[in-house]
Ligand binder design. Sequence first.
Ligand code: GLA
Length: 348
Amino acid sequence: MSVNVSEFGSLKDGRIIHKYTLQNKNKVSASVITYGATLTEICAPDKNDISKDILVGFDNIEGFVERTDYQGVIVGPYANRIGNASFSIDGVQYKLVANEKDVTCLHSNGEFNTAVWDAEVIDDSCVAFTYVSPDGLNGFPGKMNVSVRYSLNDENELKLEYFAVSDKKTVINLTNHAYFNLGGYDSGTILDHMITINADKYTPVDSFSIPTGEIADVVNTPFDLRNSNRIGDMIDADCVQLDYTGGYDHNFCINGYNGSVLKAAEVTEPESGRTLEVFTDLPGVQFYAGNFLKGDLGKANVRMEKRSGFCLETQFYPDTPNHANFPQCTFDAGEEFRSITIFKFSVK
Ligand code: GLA
């Protein structure tokens, strides 16, 4: 195991952004920059032991600042959407910035992913990123201390450990928004990838992509991905849920949620054999098929076309603060949020 530190670039205001690269003995590596505590690169070998970068995103800081669709970033304090950009705690209403369609708050208006985080090398397999979120920013109550630890081992597991604590009672929902293309970032769409999601249920949405509150069965819908389906097979099926979102962009309720780390999903790219397994202790995972990617210039000037990457964002369900029937993510002042997500790489 090793950690390498280098300069990634600098912001217009002169702040220098550093890159930390974790490397194991099996040609797996992961790079994270201090801007947004963002995963910029993951290299993993295929069935012929050829290692390739499988993250869709940028190779320069300007891309992350000017053209981001949240590629690789840490999202917070509340990942995903909050309906009508408002929620209440103990009878007090909090109004958030409505950054989507002037109605919804999406990804906390980009707070965590546009912050410059502090980084500390913990050992030769682990780097910790920390950030302090000011009280009231974008409408969220409380000053929050946040830390995300990235570590890699020789079992090809990239582990993300999240810690957060606020000085006021508030909602906390943190995720990583990596876009994967297991054929390589420059290998076209992800429609031929095979996906399995361990979820009997999902949360249908309205036309603003806000959950209706229903926890629906996946049986006989395009959301039944329990037995290895080609992503492209049903993504454009005649289904109002897919019409609202332009393809898969939904929260799946992970079977057996009990706070321990469970397997949420597995994806294989048949040609290379590269396989990603996702584990989490959270109740949900957003499967987003990159439907809104629109051909912006990415790494090596390759255009990030529609559906050229997919995300598996481990999370509390979207809009949880407005749905008492969802697993709750409101934390008392001083109460610690802790969570683990593991991305494991192998070949099939
Ligand atoms: C999330 C959402 C998508 C989209 C992307 C960013 O994953 O679920 O609808 O907004 O972020 O483009």
